[in-house]
Design a protein around this ligand. Sequence first.
Ligand SMILES: *Cc1c(COP(=O)(O)O)cnc(C)c1O
Length: 736
Amino acid sequence: MATDDKIPPLPERIEGLARLAQNLSWSWHRQARDLFRQVDELLWHQTRHNPIRVLQGVDPERLERLANSPAFLEAYDATVAWLDHERDASETWFARHHAELRAQGPIAYFCAEFGIHNSVPIYSGGLGVLAGDHCKAASDLGVPLIGLGLFYRHGYFDQRLRLDGWQENTDEVVDTRIIPVAPVAAPNGSSYLATVETFGRPVHIRAWSTQVGRVPLYLLDTDLEENHADDRTLLSRLYGGGEDLRLRQEWLLGTGGVRVLRALGHHPGAWHANEGHAAFMFLERIRELTTAGSSFEEAVASVRATSIFTTHTPVPAGHDTFDPQQVAECTGPVWDELGLSRERFLALAAHPKNHGGRFEMTALALRLSAAVNGVSLRHGAVSRQLWQPFWPGRSSDQVPIGAVTNGVHLATWMANPVMDLLDKHLGVEWGSRRDDRSLWERIDSLDATALWEVHLRLKDTLFRFMREDARRHFADEWKDATQVAGAGTLLDPRALTIGFARRFATYKRAHLIFSDPERLHRLLVHPRRPVQLIMAGKAHPADTPGKEVLQRVYRFTHDPFYEGRVAFVEDYGMHRAHLLVQGVDLWLNLPRVPHEASGTSGMKAALNGVPQLSTLDGWWEEGFSGNNGWALPSLDADLTPDEADAQDTEALYQVLEEEIVPLFYRRDDDDIPFDWVDRMRHAIRVAITHFTADRMVKEYTTVAYAPALKGTPLTDTPPPLLRGEEEDANTPVRGD
Ligand SMILES: *Cc1c(COP(=O)(O)O)cnc(C)c1O
């Protein structure tokens, strides 16, 4: 690959560092991370763990010394041997359990964002991080996945908060010389791989590739001289523009993605759309078949049989819908190639209840994929109700939408010291014995003192990071003490510290804990049992109500009334997410039930022994075991949102005051909170056994990928497509 020019020549004895830096698998391999830290610890921290920048910046003399250091070379040789061994997938879980599928072609996994590592900013939050974790687990398991996404030159946005807490977005261009992406050469020597018509103009597409362990990830890009100036920036920003831009991006992702894979000679045997953003991918594959002579019905049957669709939210705003006229202009007369009328084409994506005739990406995906799932058991049930109108005549519990509960990638999210502790307690082989239940029961006997010490170290790491962040901002821009306090410099490392970090969507209710300022104040400034709160998160740039909640919360965190016991961490991304989920004492999650499809940050916290307090929504409904955290009681479904907020607030304060704070401060003679540590152990055990991406990808493989690859039907109950030619977009789907 052409990335080698990024890294200056290295001493021959350690030139494998360049290879290591260019496969993102270093990011979830402890020894590889350690190796780069050893190369230059200061640079490692300053670059926020970017090995390419470390190798670009390190003093050549230092490299020469390392090339002659026996200790370094020992670690180096072991790590490079691991990387080479990784390439061989013959002994993986997939090879052992699904040997018969290895000839069936890969699984194409489409998503609008991928969060692999902080240094590659092509993600905005939960969906992207989940997609990244999915790729990593697929790599670990040897599941032959190919990722397909978009290359956002300007990334998402970096969060800058004005002094009054209003979020402004800064704009930085991603520098491809410091991240492990390489342009993909077109087999025919052309400068682009595929072309897609949109709004009557051809748009040429090239791709960048990045290696996520064994999984290649292709990222589409239209910034080519051959393209019209307006089209060159189509993919430059994630969720950056209005509806029109979003539509074009999704059209390019779905249609362009299939064409790029074809140009590169891939023949996937299964196709997974992670979220409706990628649903045009199904349509393009139908078009391939109809232009080759199939009837539309045959083509749909064939595409459905190999298609998987995962829906990620029950919140209406989370489902993209477009003006049908605009869609027709974007796609051009693709209906001719499909053998459909324009009306029938548009009706493929219409909601049975009409909804103003909008073109709904989720509707398109529901009709064109045989395996459909939500992302937690509860979300599966909620989705069956929500999408029941697509299966007229069926009750919602007969709607064929399943659930594959999300999981998080263990080696990405569990802190090194916690893994080291498990090494000591379970033996270093525990990572490869993940299916052995008896192993996990031994977590219940994890040494309390050792676990607590590890936790305090991680807490200290978080607090130090926040102080250094505040110090830099103070010197560079703030010059103001309130800001310094609000950034967490007054936090007390001994006090019970609650973390709340996620996107500022209003249903996540970041403001709830501030509902009764006096009562919160009493909790926070208690003389013997103080509590602290660390908040973080970005609001979607177009989400004004979300930004307003953020601003309110930010002001609370900067209010001297709370005596510096609340803090706001700016620019929440994967790097800060790591520090937070590993370093707070309690993870807080307050979605308004049933709006959270799954939630994953609580799983990350749990892997590090941080128990969660949450409403019983998303994964927590199945994840709460009674002793791995706390749950707010379920409420009557017919309450108004205000009533639900009020009841949840009351329950929240109560459980903090009566259970959580006393438990945390109940100590033995060695100052160990023994009952609390017990919850920590349970949190780890439940997360490891049920909520890792390893379990998730195995489940996708069993329930969806393997049947699709084998050609066995995924479900036998497609939602009815259109009947007569005469139907128009207003009556798109009709049961018998
Ligand atoms: C895990 C993660 C999320 C998702 O958190 P939720 O609890 O699902 O809201 C969002 N952003 C980042 C950076 C994450 O790492």
